[in-house]
Write a protein that binds this ligand. Structure first.
Ligand code: TGC
Ligand code: FAD
Length: 392
């Protein structure tokens, strides 16, 4: 892997809109990615392994619970700082951002928002420091886009719950210490349960042969008559809206994260195009390459503005789920297109691990699918503007 020479594009001077705290947090994350992620990430992706040694650094830059209050170990930051951290981490690798997204928005958030005070005190500080790693189990083998059809279930056995079922495609599953699992009770109502590694009947086999998010560990959560203490039920929100509320937070983070991947591809392609000489001049001097680069910076700038405005709305608690869907969908598609175009600018070199582009491109094929597919987010916008449900 070549040295990380990343310079962040800021065509519309967005830095002028960020507070000192935003810039401090972002720059710390950017430096950490340059120092601790870029030098190792390609080899971990090649060997399909999550680099566990970065967990401590992720905790130190505030990536575990950026907006969770400090009294629970979180960083107590606003939503724009959260977004900027996700952008910088995904600039390094979407798989590393996945680990942070799951930990923050899909594990810490539900415990904070739907849990008891005792659950918050028990789990949040350990998750914030990386002592505990978490997973989020919503998707099942037969219920992906339609999680409301889930069959994972629990029965009230008097002094405990008995959990049965299986979750598939779960980030962090193979090494998680705790999992927030969504399951139906005997009345068919969805609840969240905190399941801990070591509970009898709970296993987390790893999913192999991925061409995407290779530096992130993905697996299954299998529950065979798992006895879950009653204290582990998240009591304060039930129904499908509970897991979907967590997804709002994670999708928001992805809308920022994808910009990071796009910026890295653009920056790499621009530098390469200025250095690579063909037909006696740098390829950046050919109109076809300029068209690609000019369109990329235009799309990145639009995505940055979309994310920034969404961040303001989130800070004011006014961002709607449909607005978040639009940003997730737009920014991930933008990043995927930029990765593909950047790859072409590098010619043959673009397919190698010497550069980050092909890895970003393959990673983004997961990002465009998880947290609601590209199609699902379009249908959410469609429903929002027409009032007509086209899902069913
Ligand atoms: P529907 O009837 O529309 O809604 C059921 C209830 O949920 C409420 N709701 C939401 N609440 C909060 N946030 C949202 N975004 C919400 N969307 C809906 C809704 O108001 C309703 O509440 P109530 O009180 O009336 O019951 O549900 P539906 O069954 O028709 O499904 C709607 C649909 C398709 C949009 C939804 O199911 C969906 O978003 N599907 C996509 C599934 C998905 O995104 N899965 C992600 C799994 S986790 C993951 O991928 C992690 S990857 C992490 C990483 O590695 O980074
Ligand atoms: P399906 O739902 O089977 O969809 C297949 C195709 O059909 C898609 O193109 C979809 O858009 C389309 N489709 C479905 N319904 C409709 C419709 N109504 N109208 C039009 N088209 C439709 N899940 C978790 O719970 N936790 C995790 O941590 C997690 N991590 C993941 C990590 C990775 C690497 C991946 C790949 C997935 C992860 N997921 C996780 C699962 C992810 O959220 C699902 O893959 C995603 O929601 C889509 O579900 P599916 O794969 O079952 O596809």
């Amino acid at each position: 892997m070549k040295p990380d020479l990343f310079e962040a594009p800021d065509y519309y001077n967005l830095d002028e809109l960020y507070s000192d705290e935003h810039k401090l947090v972002r720059d710390a994350a950017r430096e950490w990615v340059k120092r601790d992620v870029s030098p190792i990430i390609e080899s971990y992706a090649q060997k399909a392994e999550f680099p566990k040694q970065i967990i401590k650094g992720l905790a130190e830059i505030g990536a575990f619970g950026p907006y969770i209050p400090e009294e629970y170990g979180g960083a107590g930051l606003d939503q724009i700082s959260y977004g900027l951290i996700m952008q910088e981490i995904e600039r390094g690798d979407s798989g590393v951002r996945s680990t942070a997204s799951v930990q923050s928005s899909l594990v810490m958030y539900p415990i904070w928002a739907y849990g008891t005070e005792e659950q918050r005190q028990n789990y949040l500080p350990k998750l914030a420091s990386g002592e505990f790693m978490g997973a989020f189990g919503l998707t099942e083998p037969n219920h992906g886009s339609n999680p409301g059809g889930m069959t994972t279930n629990y029965k009230d056995m008097g002094d405990h719950f008995l959990l049965n079922g299986a979750k598939l495609w779960i980030s962090n599953a193979p090494f998680c210490d705790v999992a927030v699992v969504w399951a139906k009770n005997e009345e068919g109502r969805i609840h969240g349960l905190i399941v801990e590694r070591g509970m009898e009947g709970f296993s987390t086999p790893e999913t192999h042969n991925k061409w995407s998010l290779r530096a992130s560990a993905t697996g299954e959560l299998i529950f065979q008559d798992v006895k879950v203490p009653k204290n582990n039920l998240l009591p304060n929100k039930t129904g499908l809206g509970a897991p979907l509320g967590c997804l709002d937070s994670a999708r928001y983070g992805i809308a920022w994260g994808a910009i990071g991947a796009a910026m890295d591809c653009y920056d790499t392609a621009l530098r390469y195009a200025k250095e690579r000489v063909q037909f006696g001049k740098p390829i950046a001097g050919f109109q076809l390459q300029q068209k690609k680069l000019a369109e990329m910076i235009t799309e990145i700038t639009k995505a940055q503005l979309l994310a920034f405005r969404l961040g303001q709305l989130k800070n004011e608690k006014r961002a709607t789920s449909a607005q978040i869907s639009m940003a997730k969908r737009n920014n991930v598609e933008m990043a995927l297109k930029i990765a593909r175009e950047s790859r072409q600018i590098l010619g043959g070199m673009g397919i190698t691990g010497d550069y980050s582009i092909m890895r970003h491109m393959m990673n983004l094929e997961s990002v465009v699918t998880y947290e609601g597919t590209h199609d699902i987010h379009l249908l959410i916008t469609g429903l929002d503007i027409t009032g007509i449900n086209a899902f069913k």
